[in-house]
Design a protein around this ligand. Structure first.
Ligand SMILES: Cc1ncc(C[n+]2csc(CCOP(=O)(O)OP(=O)(O)O)c2C)c(N)n1
Ligand SMILES: [Mg+2]
Length: 278
């Protein structure tokens, strides 16, 4: 991307990705729209804000930046970004979870060029990112690895092993983002396992940390700018978000602020898209 887009352009892109994620999951009759929507600003900023140096025509270019969606169930938002970036036709999004489609229910690196790690079994993405960041550094690439983790996913012990390892190797080319949307599968993250404030726990390992409103595009962009400027330690952005961000009134009407793993019925999807487009 040659020119840096404005905050307004990126906000519009985030909402476009949201509309795709809602349509795809409603068409599939399954999937995780609310988990996708909380991460819309971060995903849109990475793919369209000039942070991810990738080439859809050359998806294995060695010096490319890497994006790993460790909370793999939120892949509709990733697929939407990949389609809009030109990895595959936007129409293909509607094949989500259909038999034979590479747009699988969780990202599969063997099926879809541009996916950097097969995720869905929570807890593994940051470890894969640590390995990739180490490998890229050994190969002398001046690139960066970005990993998005769920706040419920932070309950997996493996994530903390990866945090310790990244600090040990001073992986200045690694940026992780916690999508702190306040919920996991079975309820509020605070009730299930409260590990907040994440930044206070992660900084002592040797990470550079920032805590932001992750549904504010301006804050996401400034945090990414600050993160990529750090080169001598790994960086963590704790993104405080809302599950279902962008369509909160719809979740309220449905009486479920988590709405985990539930697609919207067609009439609700229409309402949600109208709200996003208004
Ligand atoms: C190892 C593992 N255990 C359980 C699950 C089932 N599961 C899928 S999504 C989810 C909740 C994840 O919560 P969070 O990381 O906060 O993501 P959110 O949906 O809130 O974005 C769980 C437990 C899984 N995918 N992997
Ligand atoms: Mg969560």
């Amino acid at each position: 991307m040659s020119e840096k887009p404005s905050i307004e352009e990126l906000e519009a892109k985030a909402d476009l990705l949201r509309c795709h994620a809602i349509r795809m999951t409603t068409e599939a009759g399954s999937g995780h729209p609310s988990s996708s929507l909380s991460a819309a600003e971060v995903t849109a900023a990475l793919y369209f804000g000039g942070y991810l140096n990738v080439d859809p025509a050359n998806p294995t270019m060695p010096e490319r930046d890497r994006f790993i969606l460790s909370k793999g169930h939120a892949c509709p938002i990733l697929y939407a970004a990949m389609a809009e970036r030109g990895y595959f036709p936007v129409e293909d999004l509607m094949t989500l979870r259909k038999l034979g489609s590479p747009i699988e229910g969780h990202p599969n690196l063997r099926r879809l060029p541009g996916i950097e790690a097969s995720t869905g079994s929570l807890g593994q993405g940051l470890s894969i990112g640590v390995g990739q960041a180490l490998g890229c550094r050994m190969d002398g690439h001046a690139n960066r690895v970005f990993v998005v983790i769920g706040d419920g996913e932070m309950g997996e012990g493996q994530v903390w092993e990866a945090i310790a390892t990244a600090a040990k190797y001073k992986l200045g080319n690694l940026t992780a983002i916690i999508d702190q949307n306040g919920y996991q599968q079975t309820g509020s993250t605070k009730t299930v396992l409260d590990q907040t404030p994440f930044a206070d726990r992660i900084a002592p390992f040797g990470w550079h940390t920032q805590t932001i409103n992750g549904n504010s595009m301006a804050e996401v962009v400034s945090a990414l700018d600050a993160a990529v400027a750090v080169t001598d330690q790994p960086t963590m952005i704790v993104a405080e978000t809302k599950k279902g961000a962008g369509i909160i009134p719809i979740l309220e009407e449905l009486g479920d602020s988590n709405l985990h793993g539930q697609p919207l019925k067609p009439e609700w999807a229409e309402k949600a898209i109208a709200l996003l487009q208004s």
